[in-house]
Design a protein around this ligand. Structure first.
Ligand code: ZN
Length: 336
């Protein structure tokens, strides 16, 4: 008896210590979950003085661009993983999209989702947790879908990319002769990111002297609240602007078919048009994985939120948002 009394831990203190540890663990897990899921609305008041949010429309009589999108892969997750305040109970389908754009002066591919070499690239560049986090259900790479629509790489005057993350840059080598358009700052940023081992980039997709880069130079011509822009055809139907925050030089594209049918393709600044309408950031875990600069990304989302409000008829279309793409025409298969 006297021996057991002298033991440092009685069954009772062991039980209490265990309960205390369990409580602490639950607090940590609960705190982490609350931090991830707590809804936060971006404060748009910081944009005061940004000025004009309306985006100019093309002159009447400007040619009508035709577009058709396709989906090369997808994954499904709770909406709560996509943006801050999203529901844990609602499913969100993320897609890897591409859009064929036809203008009388040129046919171009805007993004292309998954490239034909993705399986090997994924295996060589992702392992462990990253391989699980970024897993997707493969469908059909861009090249095959374009072929089914009667299109070959030689039919495209250029390929336009918003940025060089792995799920956007995989199509570059599928278009070996085609000019690849993007901001030079994005290319430089991706080269640096590759050197320091940033997991969002697969250098083998873009570190090749044979690639026919055609860097976009933005003109000092304002477009709504953006100080610089590139009017691709000079008629206002397809205008590029820089969207800060997600990567070193992400591009956004505004396509106008009519004043009532306009699309603002925003790349990965947000994964969800619903999030832009709130406006809400990505969840803390997601943005720490994929966004280069949190404050700048949030500011861009706030800006897009104001632009969407000021431009009826303009749809915000994030690269990966299946729900936003549902309003667009699909790429039609070639006649048999
Ligand atoms: Zn991205």
């Amino acid at each position: 008896m006297s021996q057991s009394r002298s033991l440092p831990f009685t069954p009772r203190t062991l039980l209490l210590t265990g309960l205390a540890l369990l409580g602490a663990l639950l607090l940590v897990i609960g705190g982490f979950a609350a931090y991830q899921l707590w809804p936060r609305v971006i404060d748009t008041s910081a944009l005061a003085g940004e000025g004009e949010y309306r985006l100019p429309v093309p002159e009447p009589g400007a040619p009508q661009v035709e577009l058709g999108y396709f989906v090369t892969g997808q994954n499904v997750s709770p909406q709560a993983f996509i943006f801050s305040g999203g529901s844990l109970l609602k499913e969100h389908t993320s897609i890897f999209s591409g859009v064929v754009v036809r203008h009388p002066e040129a046919t171009f591919l805007f993004e292309g989702g998954i490239g034909s070499r993705i399986a090997g690239e994924f295996e060589r560049n992702f392992s462990g947790l990253n391989a699980k986090l970024f897993a997707y259900e493969g469908r059909t790479p861009a090249l095959e879908q374009l072929r089914a629509a009667g299109l070959a790489p030689s039919d495209f005057n250029f390929v336009l990319l918003t940025h060089l993350h792995w799920d956007h840059a995989g199509i570059i080598k599928d278009f070996p002769q085609t000019p690849i358009r993007l901001l030079e700052a994005e290319y430089e940023g991706a080269v640096t990111a590759g050197k320091i081992g940033n997991p969002g980039f697969f250098p083998e997709q873009y570190m090749d002297p044979a690639i026919n880069w055609d860097f976009v130079k933005l003109d000092p011509v304002p477009f709504g609240p953006f100080e610089r822009s590139k009017d691709i055809f000079g008629d206002g139907t397809a205008v590029l602007v820089e969207l800060g925050g997600h990567t070193a030089g992400s591009l956004g594209l505004v396509l106008t078919r009519s004043p009532k049918e306009r699309y603002f393709f925003i790349g990965d600044v947000s994964w969800s048009a619903e999030a832009v309408s709130i406006p809400a950031e990505k969840t803390p875990f997601a943005r720490s994985l994929v966004d280069r600069n949190r404050e700048e990304t949030a500011r861009t989302v706030a800006l897009l939120h104001e632009i969407a409000k000021a431009n009826p008829g303009l749809a915000i279309v994030p690269s990966h948002d299946e729900a936003a793409f549902a309003a667009l025409p699909r790429l039609a298969a070639a006649a048999p």
